[in-house]
Design a protein. Structure first.
Length: 228
């Protein structure tokens, strides 16, 4: 199948792209940054999802994994919410081959914790996902979201590399671990390739942190509200 992944240059996006390539699919990646993937079935495109005119033409993707996002910046709403909406609408329009759409939301969209504007941008994304799922249902296209808790990616280095903060996180994480990007790829593959009947759902995958025990740990000297 043809797979399109946004935010494909690192962390979760790279792991998911590599998984689909391993399974024999053709993958296009969109990111502001260059990619480390070298594979004959992979095409990397430098583009800004905030700009409709930047979004390249891609041969009718069958799977969309809308993963691109930023955290605690002036552009959280424009990128995480508006940019993702523009991207989804761009690649579903006139696409008769579409099979599945999956959004990478966040556990903060469910709990309301972390950074205020970031949490709002991801919560809005879940609302949009449900709207899109309704519109795509009659075509047999699944549309869901995953809301991840902690994942071992460079974005989370401020807490992962600080022993004191990491210990605090583990104290309030019932399963005493975080996910790695390869485990996220397991979920993405299942929800987009194998799943044919669940749609309009947001799956909270956080090692039990929100449902069983809820908190948020971050460096105290960080300004968590950044708005123009």
């Amino acid at each position: 199948m043809n797979v399109l992944i946004t935010g494909a240059a690192g962390g979760i996006g790279t792991a998911v792209a590599e998984r689909f390539l391993q399974k024999g699919h053709t993958v296009w990646g969109i990111d502001l940054n260059p990619s480390s993937i070298s594979h004959p079935a992979y095409t990397h495109l430098i583009a800004d999802i905030r700009c409709q005119e930047d979004l390249p033409s891609i041969p009718a993707p069958e799977i969309l994994f809308l993963n691109a996002g930023i955290q605690n910046s002036d552009d959280d709403i424009d990128t995480n919410l508006k940019g993702t909406i523009r991207t989804a609408e761009r690649y579903i329009r006139g696409n008769d081959h579409l099979r599945s759409v999956l959004f990478n939301a966040s556990a903060s969209a469910v709990s309301g914790q972390e950074f205020p504007v970031y949490a709002a941008s991801k919560a809005g994304l879940i609302g949009y996902m449900k709207n899109l799922a309704i519109r795509l249902a009659s075509r047999g296209i699944t549309c869901n979201a995953i809301s991840l808790g902690g994942v071992h990616t460079p974005l989370n280095n401020p807490v992962v590399t600080d022993p004191s903060l990491w210990n605090k996180i583990m104290e309030v994480t019932p399963m005493k671990k975080w996910m790695d990007p390869e485990e996220v790829a397991d979920w993405v593959e299942f929800l987009t390739v194998r799943n044919r009947s669940m749609s309009g759902e947001n799956l909270l995958i956080d090692n039990g942190e929100y449902r069983l025990r809820s908190t948020f740990v971050w460096p105290e000297d960080t300004d968590i509200v950044r708005m123009k």
